[in-house]
Design a binder for this molecule. Structure first.
Ligand code: SAH
Length: 407
């Protein structure tokens, strides 16, 4: 508590006075009865209180939400990426405006896609203040919002005793597809049915980096979703891209996104398949690629699943190393918060060893700056990536030549 972590677990609570309703604002007191913080009560969750404020004088109501939202929007204009205004070259028209706990608004996600805002209310507290939050959003956000859409169809709501909800919260309903601009790359986003709020905004800067690494390379984009990395690789003059993805609507958008950016179908092959099986097929067929992107879904949903997830990460990374041409680049990610950066690096090292490959870390990647991590909330950091350069053939020959080794 004194470290200002925004969660209070149910086991840390000695007694609940009165009968607070789900999501109601409650004061948290220490054992001597002194005020510590005030937050939203969630009796169904292991996280029984999520802190709104440590300031006793602050009233939780419309003014509180307006000022927190304003602070969150202002922070976006201070980050290295230039997200405002969208019509300027090199800017981005899709951005995370509110990143929950890390922006002082536990349980609230707000993403902007062009003229529309898409929200997720993940917790009882955020749910209780939904209508005030939506009013404050349209009042505080300075550009013309055409509509606010809710995508609260996410499993974590069940832990809070909340059911899945989607639909228009105010203004117009978004069209079936919204076109966004990401540093000049164009993408069609299905905000109503796509993953998360429609697009993996957290990978924005990493997509740009892959674009810079791709020139002349044949690229394998595994777990492609709607082809984000494929488009930036092609814009970076990749020789060709192979997308592997199990969701057919996502892959159809990947095809449309390549075309939208002016790339001929012959440059981008789309394979609807399970990555685990398909990479084995490529290996058995003796295929190789000069740049491989591995961006799997969250394999570990909790600490209990870390071991199983580690095996899955090892498996795909081992296959990727086998498919990587000498001197090739592997850009490999984990978005499982429960798998630490250190553990992830060890898993990837194990995969390199087992594949007989030598590789160097030439880059470390993380989530985009509009997904900030509050220092007092390290759980907010979940995405980690490594850029690995596999040793060129001459170097491999040198390390495997016994006459050159020290005796
Ligand atoms: N790189 C993407 C985001 C990838 S999200 C981007 O930048 O937009 C992970 C994707 O993996 C999802 O689209 C999901 O449908 C897909 N997926 C999950 N399990 C899979 C599997 N076993 N084989 C192939 N695709 C899978």
């Amino acid at each position: 508590m004194l470290r200002r972590h925004p969660w209070i677990f149910s086991g840390a609570i000695k007694a609940v006075r009165g009968d607070p309703a789900v999501g109601e604002t409650v004061d948290v007191l220490d054992s001597a009865g002194a005020f510590l913080a005030c937050g939203a009560y969630s009796p169904h969750s292991q996280i029984a209180v999520r802190i709104w404020t440590w300031d006793e004088s602050q009233v939780i109501g419309p003014d509180f939400f307006r000022s927190r939202l304003a602070r969150s929007f202002a922070a976006r204009s201070q980050t290295p990426m230039s997200t405002y205004p969208s019509q300027h070259a090199g800017a981005c028209s899709a951005v995370r405006l509110v990143n929950a706990e890390s922006d002082g608004l536990p349980g609230l996600i707000v993403d902007r896609y062009g003229d529309f805002l898409v929200c997720q209310f993940l917790t009882a507290g955020a749910e209780r203040w939904k209508h005030i939050i939506v009013e404050s959003l349209t009042a505080e956000y300075s550009f013309a919002v055409r509509g606010v859409y809710e995508r609260s169809d996410i499993d974590v709501r069940a832990k809070e005793g909340l059911s899945a909800v989607t639909g228009v919260l105010c203004g117009e309903e978004p069209p079936a597809l919204i076109e966004i601009d990401e540093y000049g790359a164009r993408f069609l986003v299905d905000v109503k049915r796509g993953h998360k709020t429609g697009f993996y905004l957290d990978q924005r800067e990493n997509r740009r980096i892959v674009g810079e690494l791709a020139r002349g390379r044949s690229v394998l984009n595994a777990f492609a979703y709607t082809g984000g990395f494929a488009v930036t690789a092609l814009r970076g003059e990749a020789a060709n891209v192979t997308n592997v993805e199990s969701s057919s609507p996502a892959l159809e958008l990947a095809r449309r996104n390549a075309a939208l950016n002016g790339f001929d179908e012959s440059l981008c092959v789309n394979v609807e398949a399970d990555v685990f099986a398909d990479l084995r097929k490529f290996r058995d067929a003796g295929r190789s690629f000069d740049l491989i992107v591995l961006d799997p879904p969250r394999f570990a949903q909790s600490a209990r699943q870390v071991e199983k997830a580690s095996r899955a990460y090892k498996d795909i990374n081992l296959l990727a190393f086998k498919l990587l041409s000498p001197g090739g680049l592997l850009v490999t990610f984990s978005c499982s918060g429960a798998v630490s950066a250190d553990l992830f690096q060890k898993i990837v090292f194990g995969a390199a060893l087992d594949s007989g490959r030598e590789a160097q870390i030439v880059g470390r990647l993380t989530q985009a700056p509009d997904h900030p991590v509050l220092l007092s909330f390290p759980e907010g950091e979940y995405l980690k990536g490594l850029v690995l350069l596999s040793a060129p053939p001459r170097f491999l020959a040198a390390i495997s030549n016994p006459s050159r080794s020290l005796q």
